[in-house]
Design a protein around this ligand. Structure first.
Ligand code: MN
Length: 196
């Protein structure tokens, strides 16, 4: 079974002006697609789920190429759903209550999430995860994914340069602020929390 590039959950221009169609042409159409192609080239015919491939290879240095491509396929799909047109702002529903109880306030969550994205040196990801029943902010380098450490991803933000360079150049903090103010998809966070 070949691994597939999942469809984007919105049109390529739907996140503009915050993330341009040009960025999504490259980021989804070239980068995400290349991870799928690389994974298929590395694995050939393989019936495992993407999650199983990630768990089977995460701790095995000799399988780093497979892990990196599998996790980048998974992380990007999760990232597209972590955003929506007219997203951003304060959450509602169960995720809002749990953020307040686990972080103290929404502002405190925002501060931690911004810091995680800004301080991830080089390429990587900032995450909101459920870990041991509590919401936490975490970050991973390169293709790292909290799934393989036993946590449940709730939201993610890509901080690889390819995620923002065409629109923000070197201004990663501006991209992070825009993600939180205009893009983050709290409906998706509520769905993930309900399933966890
Ligand atoms: Mn990316």
């Amino acid at each position: 079974m070949a691994y597939q590039l999942p469809p984007l959950p919105y049109a390529k221009d739907a996140l503009a002006p915050h993330i341009s169609a040009n960025t999504l042409d490259f980021h989804y159409g070239k980068h995400h697609n290349a991870y799928v192609t690389n994974l298929n080239n590395l694995l050939g015919d393989d019936s495992r789920s993407l999650e199983q491939v990630m768990k089977d290879t995460a701790k095995d240095a000799s399988k780093a190429g497979v892990f990196n491509n599998a996790a980048q396929v998974w992380n990007h799909t999760f990232y597209w759903h972590s955003m929506k047109p007219n997203g951003g702002g304060a959450p509602a529903g169960a995720i809002a209550d749990k953020i307040k109880s686990d972080f103290g306030s929404f502002d405190k969550f925002t501060e931690e999430f911004k810091a995680a994205g800004a301080t991830q040196f080089g390429s990587g990801w900032a995450w909101l995860v459920l870990d041991g029943g509590k919401l936490k902010v975490t970050k991973t380098g390169n293709a790292g994914c909290p799934l393989t450490d036993g946590a449940t991803p709730i939201l993610t933000m890509d901080v690889w340069e390819h995620a923002y360079y065409l629109d923000y150049q070197n201004r990663r903090p501006d991209y992070i602020a825009t993600f939180l103010e205009h893009l983050v998809n709290w409906d998706f966070a509520n769905e993930n929390l309900a399933k966890a």
